[in-house]
Structure formats: structure tokens, C-alpha cells
Design a binder for this molecule. Structure first.
Ligand SMILES: *Cc1c(COP(=O)(O)O)cnc(C)c1O
Length: 375
């Protein structure tokens, strides 16, 4: 048997939804993107959302919304995907790497207090693996320091902390719909906030800075408004080609319907992993999985002698991953490195095991057998 690490859960319903866009022959930025944005806002409970083509783009634009002066600093966890810190560089800002909490692998509130200085303007917590950062404490701390909070929710979609959706605690929440994440649009991302005015300019930034998208102009034509000059638009600021399109939104609208079910199935599978691990002393869950209103993207464990364990899993065709080598170890980010001892020591024990809604009971049993037969 071969078991994949991640697998998008897509099928007939998504295909039918795409067919619908084919029938109308409107594939670009159009009404489905608007509808998906509306439903997404309703689902997580935020006032406004802007659809983009990746979470990397979402993080870039979210940070750009504040027009921070060049050279200011942004606090990011050392253990995250490169996009979190890359967005800081895109904005000509400086990443300050913060250590992780050894119990949750999320950004350490103690190290935040150590690393913050007067040049810091924002903090970007990542809900690592889908495990919530304690946002009540983090937001209160950030407010007291006058920092903006941009939540990197790429590892979660639909997860809650203390009853409130992740991505709605900070000033802006950014989500990923890349194929391996909690729900997918192929590639895709979303920017959500209660600050409607703050997100307004981002609609232009995602569309090369144009103040009116082609769909809006098309609607003006069909509505036959004689006062509108439908070909006319203005560009006042630098923009990017970051828009979501209607094909992505077609998939997203269906995935959103399935999301709660997919999160529940992930909880089930994690529950089975936890039961299996309880009996083994060489492998532990890497975080305290709370299986309620959760949206965990990955199941991550800590193992001593990791390379041997990885070889064992691979020998039996069980795919594994390592998330992540700490960013300050990457050549690009080396110059921003500072002391992050937990990230430096813990990452060497991390292994990500297969987790996706369509993982069958049979596959699950097989993976457990292989884990148990180690040593
Ligand atoms: C995947 C990921 C991103 C980027 O998401 P894309 O949609 O692939 O651009 C950002 N942050 C984290 C923590 C991620 O895991």
C-alpha cells in the first residue's frame, strides 16, 4: 500500500460548478469571486473579504494596506512557511524572527516581549499546523505595543479559538486555498477583515491598481447606464496581478460547503493517531491537539532519531514531510537570524504524517501498523 501525505478532496460537485462557469464563458475575475468572497465573510464572520490567487499574495497585500515606512520591523515566527517572512520583504520591511512555544509550536508570547522594539509595526502569528495561537493574549499584547496583527491562517480554515473564528481575531486574516491546505481552489487565497475601508484599496492592488475590474465595467454596459464611460478606468497606485478568478471561486464555493465535514473527518483521523501514539514511547504528538471546532491542516509528531524513523516510513511507502526547517537557517533569511532556541532544537524532531479527509480507514490502519512496527 502507498499512502500520500496530503490529498485535495475534490470530485463531481466541483466539476459541475466549473462547468457552470464554462457555460457562461466567464472564467476570470467575475461574479463567482464576488459570491465566494461574500460567503466566505459570512462563514468566518468578518465584514469583508478579498479573493486573491494565493495566501502569499494575501499576506503581501495585507501588510501593504498599512503603508508602513520602509525599514520598519515585523515580528514573525521562526517556524513557518517562507511566505510569512517573504511578505515582509516584499513590503521592504525587516523580519524579526520570534521563537516558538515548545508546547504548541506557535509563536512564543514570552519571546515576542523580548524581541519587540520601537521599530516594530506589526506581528504575524501563524496558527501552526492549525493549532490556535492564544489570540486573546496576543491581541491584547499587540494593542499595548501599538502593533497591527495580521493572522497567517494558511494552516487552518474554519477553526475557532474560544468560539471565535481564527482569522477574525487580528486586524486582518489571510487564508490559503492551495491544493494541500484545509480546503482548496487549486491555488488561491483570501484576505478578511472587519475594517472595510482598509481592504478597499486592496481590490485595486490585486488587479494591477485599476479602480474598476472588467466585470464591473461589463455590468455597466449590460445595465445600459448611459452616464457610465465603461472603457474608462484610472490607476493611481502600484498594483499586482493577484486576483482570484471564477474557476477558482467555482471550486471554492463547493469546498466551503464541505469544509465543516472535512474538518470533522480530520479530527477523527487525528483522534485515531492520538490513540495509537499513547502506547508508544518513541513518538509524541507535537502539539496538544484539541479536537473541537478545530481545523488542523497537518498531523505533526516529535520523534527522537528522526532520520531513522523517516527511512522506516518511506521504506513502507508512507509519505512523510518535515514542516519546517526554521526560516533563519535559510540563506535568504540568515542575515535576520536571532536566538530562537526552541525552534532550533525542536524542528530536528518534527515529522508530518498523512492527514486528509479522504484517508480511508484501511490506509489509516496501515499507517498505524507501520508506525507501531518501528523499533
Ligand atoms: C502555504 C502557506 C502560505 C502560502 O500559501 P499559498 O496559498 O501557497 O501562497 C503562507 N503561510 C503558511 C504558514 C503556509 O503554510
Amino acid at each position: 500500500m502507498k499512502v500520500r501525505l496530503f490529498k485535495p478532496s475534490v470530485g463531481k460537485d466541483e466539476l459541475e460548478s466549473i462547468q457552470d462557469s464554462f457555460n457562461s464563458a466567464w472564467l476570470g475575475l467575475g461574479p463567482k469571486v464576488t459570491e465566494f468572497e461574500r460567503q466566505w465573510s459570512g462563514y468566518i464572520g468578518s465584514k469583508e473579504s478579498v479573493g486573491v490567487n494565493s495566501c502569499t499574495a494575501a499576506l503581501h497585500l495585507a501588510l501593504s494596506a498599512y503603508r508602513f515606512p520602509e525599514g520598519k520591523k515585523v515580528l514573525v515566527p521562526a517556524l513557518t512557511f517562507a511566505a510569512t517572512a517573504m511578505a515582509v520583504l516584499y513590503n521592504r520591511l525587516i523580519p524579526v524572527f520570534v521563537d516558538i512555544d515548545e508546547r504548541t509550536l506557535g509563536i512564543s508570547l514570552e519571546d515576542l516581549e523580548r524581541k519587540v522594539d520601537k521599530d516594530c509595526v506589526a506581528v504575524m502569528p501563524v496558527h501552526f499546523g492549525g493549532h490556535p495561537v492564544p489570540m486573546d493574549d496576543l491581541v491584547a499584547w499587540a494593542k499595548s505595543r501599538n502593533l497591527k496583527v495580521i493572522e497567517d491562517c494558511a494552516h487552518t480554515a474554519g477553526g475557532k479559538y474560544k468560539g471565535k473564528a481564527l482569522g477574525t481575531w487580528g486586524d486582518i486574516g489571510c487564508f490559503s486555498f492551495e491544493e494541500k491546505k484545509c480546503m482548496t481552489t487549486g491555488d488561491g487565497g483570501m484576505i478578511s477583515s472587519d475594517d472595510v475601508e482598509l481592504l478597499k484599496p486592496l481590490r485595486q492592488s490585486r488587479w494591477i491598481g485599476i479602480n474598476k475590474d472588467t466585470w464591473a465595467r461589463y455590468e455597466e454596459i449590460v445595465s445600459g447606464n448611459p452616464d457610465t464611460n465603461s472603457w474608462y478606468y484610472e490607476i493611481s497606485n502600484i498594483g499586482y496581478k493577484y486576483n482570484m478568478n471564477d474557476l477558482m471561486a467555482s471550486i471554492g464555493l463547493v469546498q466551503l460547503q464541505k469544509l465543516d465535514g472535512m474538518n470533522l473527518r480530520r479530527e477523527q483521523i487525528i483522534g485515531r493517531y492520538l490513540e495509537c501514539l499513547e502506547k508508544l514511547d518513541y513518538i509524541q504528538p507535537a502539539m496538544p491537539y484539541h479536537l473541537q471546532s478545530s481545523s488542523y491542516w497537518a498531523f505533526i509528531v516529535r520523534v527522537q532519531n528522526r532520520e531513522k524513523f523517516i527511512a522506516h516510513m518511506q521504506e513502507h511507502s508512507v509519505a512523510i514531510g518535515v514542516h519546517y526547517m526554521p526560516l533563519p537557517m535559510q540563506p535568504l533569511f540568515l542575515q535576520y537570524a536571532s536566538a530562537t532556541p526552541n525552534a532550533s532544537s525542536i524542528w530536528g524532531e518534527l515529522v508530518t504524517l498523512p492527514l486528509y479527509p479522504d484517508l480511508t480507514d484501511k490506509e489509516m490502519e496501515y499507517v498505524q501498523t507501520i508506525i507501531t512496527s518501528y523499533q
